[in-house]
Design a protein around this ligand. Structure first.
Ligand code: PLP
Length: 370
């Protein structure tokens, strides 16, 4: 049997929809670039934090961004056609077997181990590379001794990088310690550029900027810090499918753990944890979340409506009893996060961070780029 091709998705009537304000993303990049002492790159790994590298990377390149960071060689290879002239760094390095792809797409692997450095040395200069040095996070990177040995052996990376563990806590003592450790390590490679800071590190001040900064989340509107409030970039919405009336004493959702204390109007929203509305933001009945937290909310008709009971895969119940009845109707769109509901607040209610919300939005959204 033949089927006609699917018509293009219609944002105006979509069950779940995502608006991506590319102009706001570019404005955030410019605002950060204005605060950076040296050059400003952009982290566009994980499909630009779930928002679409296809649109965002070329827009940033047009704004003047010359350096892009992805996690893997594969991500870098698909980014190449979008930003033909930029430098692309793959921060999780290079595996044997990926050399030809990396060379043909001019991806700069960021080597974090002597084994990776050896693999790159074996290519006889066919590929530029960078080095990642661990300065106290105990995540990825060469030790200080390995970095010194590599410098001694004549290694010539184009960039020396490290990553801060606590940049989002400006008073944490580890920030200054990592910065002090990084300075002599960067100086080992006199001809290389140096890079230490992602979004939060940039806001720690110029001592942390070095030659190139690597903002990610601040570009996508997910970090307010140090007097910098980025413009919101993503708005996630889903429709009110049904409005029901329930009596005091009745319960809501799986597990019957939310017991209504008053007669209530409940809006059933057509999105759930498969759409990134993390189950941990449920109004009640999720034992894993910190017992003190009250659960999340959505924004509807200019009001905030608390989530009732457990969020389910495709559906979320919210309390609209306090919103005037004529303002909430079937088919209205409820905002999960966006201009009316800061993504950081939504993330906090779910016991997570904006990064995880953005990168777990799921496949059901019809997207609109503005
Ligand atoms: C993801 C990432 C960044 C960007 O971090 P944000 O906190 O999103 O600004 C920078 N550098 C490295 C190595 C990363 O992996």
């Amino acid at each position: 049997m033949r089927h006609d091709p699917l018509p293009p998705p219609d944002f105006a009537v979509a069950a779940c929809r995502l608006t991506i304000d590319v102009g706001a993303c570019v404005a955030n990049w410019r605002a950060i670039a204005a605060r950076s002492k040296g050059a400003t790159g952009a982290a566009v790994k994980a499909d630009a934090y779930g928002l679409g590298a296809e649109i965002i990377a070329p827009a940033l390149a047009r704004a003047g961004c010359r350096d892009f960071f992805v996690a893997t060689i594969e991500e870098g290879a698909s980014l190449r056609r979008l930003v033909p002239d930029a430098r692309i760094f793959s921060v999780s390095g290079l595996w044997a077997g990926q050399e030809a792809l990396a060379i043909s797409r001019r991806i700069i692997p960021v080597a974090a181990s002597p084994e990776q450095l050896e693999l790159i040395a074996g290519l006889g200069g066919a590929l530029e590379h960078a080095v990642f040095i661990d300065t106290g996070m105990n995540r990825l990177g060469l030790t200080a001794e390995q970095a010194a040995a590599y410098a001694q052996s004549g290694g010539k990376p184009v960039m020396v990088m490290s990553h801060l563990a606590c940049a989002d806590e400006p008073d944490h003592a580890l920030n200054a310690r990592q910065n002090e450790s990084f300075q002599p390590l960067a100086a080992l490679f006199a001809e290389a550029e140096s890079s230490l800071s992602s979004s939060a590190g940039i806001l720690l001040g110029p001592d942390y900027h070095y030659d190139l900064t690597r903002p990610g989340i601040a570009l996508y509107g997910g970090m307010t810090l140090g007097g910098f409030a980025p413009r919101p970039v993503a708005t996630a919405e889903a429709r009110v499918i049904q409005i029901r009336h329930a009596k005091a004493g009745e319960t809501v959702s799986y597990g019957a753990r939310e017991r209504l204390s008053r007669d209530s109007r409940i809006a059933i929203i057509g999105a759930g944890y498969a759409d990134g509305w993390h189950r941990a933001a449920s109004g009640a009945g999720v034992p894993l979340r910190n017992a003190g937290a009250a659960g999340g909310a959505i924004s509807l008709a200019g009001h905030t409506a608390p989530i009732l009971g457990r969020i389910t895969m495709d559906l979320t119940m919210v309390d609209v009893t306090d919103i005037p009845e004529h303002l909430v109707r079937d088919g209205d769109y409820a905002e999960f996060f966006g201009p009316n509901l800061p993504i950081e607040d939504v993330a906090r209610a779910a016991g997570t961070i904006s990064y995880e919300l953005l990168t777990s939005l799921g496949k059901r959204y019809v997207r609109r780029i503005v």
